[in-house]
Design a protein around this ligand. Structure first.
Ligand code: ATP
Ligand code: MG
Ligand code: MG
Ligand code: MG
Length: 562
């Protein structure tokens, strides 16, 4: 492409609103332009990189056996009301009315739509497992849209959904897509880690986030310096040490259970009212179960307890475990009986509540005037704190380090939550109706593009991994007024294109300094400058990232570039 005809509006100044490198450089180099807060135009260079990224994603999703579809962004409110997310999504869900005053949402994600589609189109196990995906704009009215493409209000997502007869089948697909995600981010040249994540309000089972390591990331990762262990600190064990009355220290293991209940359900079950912000989570120590209770709105270690303690979820023992029921017994939840085999521990955040209700000693962990038979039981000591740098890794290997991460992908074993809510069932091998077991898998396409820029730039601009670079070569004619240089430039341009290179050709009537600046900003890996030695048939080659520079004869150029 001739640059003189192209829409590449580079800027000299860093736009005021841009705080981080990817935002600044994508604007400066003319890849994107803002339309409104969190809403961007993609100009030719930005669109080109995005298409390359999309192709990588499509190739790997297809290879993993997923089928591409496209679902609508405009979604009837009824679907979201049925799933319950019309309320729980709150202000983040973009809503609108049609001319008949019917309510709609703009798709923030597509579990509801895809589940209703499959409910209506499939009725037998014979079609399972099935994985569908799409690459499409998503809408979320983020509280703080910022950092350019990292947190937009309209952004491109690859979202996939899988449908299964049982968890065994889901596990197979999950692993396959997990590997596909690893390949996608590797092909993007990213330094990333897959981390254990928080199944949060969606009430699922296993879940992992793919985190690009970067100081501008909004998430914190706790990882082992010697093993593969890595977790979002939201999920790293909150109770690192558990002290028995004998003073023995034990580590805690989170109880995995597919039949998680919401705090509300537990409260209803126990016949108590729920204190807003109350959270609880079950852990296992040896073969005993421990219920950790905290308040969700209390900040400790700069991290919201709400995030740390699996907000809204109380995990109950599975049927075949020894516990019948446990519940939180603090605050307005009121006194409850906790079975003898369950230990209840609480952190400082709930201490005030406990004090108000029952009284506690100074260190907050042992409640003397509480009778287990009468009130809730706090029959063990615990030292509750969040995982910290330097702690032993929960997998027993190495020491915990912290790093900042950008969440570029998220895979999730949903279970039957959406299928149950939306009445999506199929006939199993025995001819009985059964809810689908589902998985969902997201990649922030536009966010990934920005994450690449965060890892690939220097003080002069960006550069790109080969897989995403918008053009193969940047040809620069230093002086568009010198006939000889124009002639050689045109020749090089034709020659490289004939050999299948995609070339961006700076044929503009601009000063050399302007052309070099723009070229560094735009960041095409191979730069070929036609200048003073054009009459001898020599051009200057420069590698954007390494700065490696040398004169090459035009007859040897193609061989040199290979
Ligand atoms: P975050 O924690 O950053 O708000 P999320 O957990 O809400 O993200 P998911 O629902 O898991 O996001 O969506 C799948 C993927 O979509 C995310 O992993 C992320 O890469 C991308 N994504 C989510 N929100 C945005 C946004 N506002 N702008 C750009 N990409 C986003
Ligand atoms: Mg979000
Ligand atoms: Mg997240
Ligand atoms: Mg997520």
């Amino acid at each position: 492409m001739r640059q003189s005809n192209m829409l590449i509006p580079t800027l000299r100044e860093v736009p005021k609103e841009a705080e981080i490198a990817s935002h600044q450089l994508l604007l400066k180099a003319g890849y994107i332009r803002k339309l409104a807060s969190g809403v961007y135009n993609f100009l030719p260079l930005g669109k080109k990189v995005m298409r390359k990224l999309e192709s990588i994603i499509r190739e790997e999703m297809d290879r993993a056996g997923a089928q591409e579809i496209q679902m609508p962004s405009l979604q009837p409110a009824e679907l979201w009301q049925t799933s319950g997310r019309w309320n729980t999504m709150g202000l983040e869900l973009m809503r609108l009315n049609d001319r008949h005053e019917r309510q709609f949402a703009l798709g923030a994600t597509h579990e509801e739509v895809v589940t209703s589609l499959i409910r209506d189109e499939i009725n037998s196990y014979k079609k399972l497992p099935l994985t569908l995906y799409q690459i499409q704009a998503k809408y979320r009215d983020e509280k703080r849209p910022r950092f350019g493409l990292l947190r937009g209000r309209e952004f491109l997502m690859k979202d996939a959904y899988s449908f299964h007869e049982d968890f065994d089948s889901l596990d197979v697909t999950y692993d396959r897509l997990f590997d596909a995600y690893k390949r996608i981010f590797e092909r993007c040249g990213l330094n990333f880690r897959a981390v254990i994540a928080d199944s949060g309000a969606m009430g699922g089972k296993d879940t992992h986030e793919f985190m690009v390591l970067s100081d501008v990331g909004e998430d914190t990762i706790a990882y082992s310096d010697t093993s593969d262990y890595a977790a979002n600190v939201e999920m790293a064990p909150v109770v690192t040490q558990y002290k028995t009355p004998q003073g023995e220290k034990k580590s805690l293991e989170k109880v995995e259970t597919p039949n998680a209940k919401t705090m509300q359900e537990v409260a209803d079950y126990l016949g108590h009212t729920l204190q807003e912000g109350m959270k609880a989570i079950m852990f296992k120590v040896d073969e005993r179960l421990v219920l950790v209770v905290t308040r969700g709105d209390h900040e400790v270690n700069d991290i919201k307890v709400k995030n740390l303690l699996n907000a809204d979820i109380v995990e109950l023992a599975t049927e075949n475990e020894t516990i019948n029921a446990v519940g939180a017994g603090f605050g307005s939840l009121g006194p409850i009986n906790v079975p003898e085999e369950v230990d209840v521990i609480a952190d400082n955040a709930v201490q005030s509540l406990i004090n108000a209700t029952c009284g506690a000693n100074e260190n907050g962990y042992h409640y003397k005037n509480v009778t287990p038979e009468r009130d809730f039981a706090v029959n063990q000591y615990a030292d509750i704190r969040f995982i910290e740098e330097g702690d032993p890794s929960p997998d027993g290997q190495g020491t915990i380090q912290f790093a900042k991460g950008i969440e570029v992908g998220h895979v999730f074993k949903l279970g039957s939550l959406y299928a149950d809510k939306l009445g999506a069932s199929f006939l199993n091998k025995e001819g009985r109706a059964q809810s689908y077991v589902m998985g969902c898998y997201g990649i922030g396409v536009t966010r990934t593009l920005a994450a690449v820029v965060e890892q690939y730039h220097d003080e002069n601009g960006m550069f790109w991994p080969d897989s995403l670079v918008p053009y193969d070569v940047h040809i620069i004619n230093l002086n568009a007024k010198k006939e000889e240089q124009v002639e050689v430039s045109e020749k090089v341009y034709d020659q490289l294109q004939a050999k299948g290179y995609e070339a961006l050709y700076d044929d503009r009537q601009e000063r050399a300094g302007v052309k070099f600046n723009d070229s560094d900003l735009i960041g095409i890996t191979h730069r070929i400058t036609i200048g003073k030695r054009a009459h001898e048939g020599y051009v200057e080659y420069k590698h954007r990232q390494t700065g490696e520079q040398q004169d090459v004869h035009i007859d040897e150029l193609v061989g040199f570039l290979q």
